[in-house]
Design a protein around this ligand. Sequence first.
Ligand code: ADP
Ligand code: MG
Ligand code: MG
Length: 280
Amino acid sequence: LQGNARYQKIRDLNKGAFGFVVLALDRQTGEQVALKFIERGPENITKYVEREIINHMKLRHPHIIALREVFLTPTHLVLSMEYAAGGDLFRFVASRRGLSEPEARWFFQQLIIAVDYCHRMGVTSRDIKMENALLDGSDRPLIKLADFGFSKDSNAHSAPTSRVGTPAYLAPEVVSNQPGRVYDGQKADIWSCGVLLYAMVTDCYPFSRIGDNFLKPNQKLNAMLQRILRADYTFPDGKQLSEKIRDLISRMLVLDPSLRCSLKDIMTHPWFLEGLNSGA
Ligand code: ADP
Ligand code: MG
Ligand code: MG
């Protein structure tokens, strides 16, 4: 961080789609922060970067990464954020080859509370996935939802129309959406939460497999999108999943957004409420 008196780089954390993220010391507060560097320039990313900042700034919640400060360097726009020392949920789930239902419930409850807060604040994430569900550094990690790079203001004048997000998590109405047509971003977020819940307990995605390279526009990707459009998934044979979790997932992965369950339905579902406060 040449020329910046406030922040001192500690180490690299990760590479994102539009830049990179480093761990740094904030000399003003003595705290560690995550700095997300987004390259300045290309006109096409500007709209999303503006929304990322404007929407993320509205959100102050224990289960959402706090955006502290935004500043410019000659080459980058930099977001200074609360540091999530536990990495992301994708790596956590992969390292354990899937979670037990109580472990998954612990994370899922926090995620749903965070998403409910976002929706109440008028923000849809449109990029809910395990890679964007970060974890704090405690022994029993807490969820810190991050990455509002595809987020959208959910008021009626700006309903989402574009197909953004990550293929494995895309809702069918987003996959099939025609340019300029409107879909309900909140319902699309609920679908993504269903994919995430499935992925936590099975260690694979409902419409594809972990490890598929989604960046290659290949047949695997097309086959996956076709399965999404039919809500064509099964539960793996090897996993002993309870009836309750199968029921909850099947209410979230519903093709018709108007028939898909709501966040309130999720929060009152028997699987969600089981062991509430008693822990994993
Ligand atoms: P992108 O929009 O490119 O996906 P993200 O904001 O998701 O960028 O950041 C990319 C990755 O960097 C995350 O998946 C995570 O591994 C890491 N990261 C981002 N923000 C933080 C943070 N606040 N604390 C710790 N790691 C972070
Ligand atoms: Mg991300
Ligand atoms: Mg992003």
